[in-house]
Design a protein around this ligand. Sequence first.
Ligand code: BYC
Length: 331
Amino acid sequence: MAHKLEPVSSTAGEPADDAGQAAFDRIIAADSRIEPRDWMPAAYRKTLVRQISQHAHSEIVGMQPEANWISRAPSLKRKAILMAKVQDEAGHGLYLYSAAETLGTPRQQLTEDLIAGKARYSSIFNYPTRSWADVGAIGWLVDGAAICNQVPLCRASYGPYGRAMVRICKEESFHQRQGFEILLELAQGTPEQKQMAQDAVNRWYAPALMMFGPPDDDSPNSKQSMAWNIKRFSNDELRQRFVGMMVEQVEVLGLTLPDDQVRFDEESQKWEHGPLDWDEFKEVLAGRGPCNAQRLERRREAHEDGAWVREAAAAYALRQRNAQEQNEEVA
Ligand code: BYC
């Protein structure tokens, strides 16, 4: 008989199970890891599917603003680097969809939710990339924010998510350096190039700060996610930490942050920044950002264009499985 992988049930161990709950509580209290076949509360599973799938969608939609510049990158070297980076993002999406699948939610369903406009992805990818310097600003600020947010997620209590994040963070650190290096080269170039770099930083700074999510007092999910050791720090804590990192790095670039209220508060030992436009954030989340419609339309087209690849891969997998079963029967 052929060995078949058993699908992980989305309701494995649920509903309520006192022994399962006690074991789950012990694992969380010991700061250890929950694995796919462990019992877990339905709300924990739901929160993880929500966060991991949003994260996966962000990686996939996030390919678009940068891919937009592959054909216009200023040299063959820059083109090759950018192509590799965009491919890395596709890989990140795949690790994350796989992690979400271990919770019993098929990738097909997640993709359908995305293209139907029912799923969230990071607000940041609804802004346009107007110049080559924007590719640098995305690498430096957006990947920088992603690293700041994602390094603590390597310790997330759900094993497949934490392990996926380890690999993703390693690749993100290269991405950030390539963005920094693009900006550095522009900042040390002609006055026009330097201005282009500054203009990109000016436009991407606030949206990058908003990537960390709403302020803590307006973040309904943080408290429970922190109690479950999914999130390790609050949205504001990570945002403040990120601002501190950027303050140091922007000096090396010879550029400035478009925020004259950035300062280190000695009393709280935290970085403070100027106000952010949370109405704009809400508009973007509601689907009314500068590029929401375009991003979703492109994602839909790509999904339709890729139908033949999925069909071919499924037919190939079926043929392989049949051949393996026949071999096992003969043996
Ligand atoms: N954009 O209670 P909160 C990348 C939603 S990919 C959109 O604080 P939570 C890259 C939030 O989902 C970067 N929505 O939520 C890729 C919630 O809505 P629902 C992606 C946002 O989950 C390619 C509501 O607002 N990174 O770096 O505790 C190229 C209330 O928020 C956003 C991740 O996904 C946002 N910015 O905290 C280059 C990291 N912020 O679901 C780079 C993993 C909040 O209740 N995710 N919302 O309807 C997380 O760490 C957390 O989910 C968040 C939000 C910090 C984002």
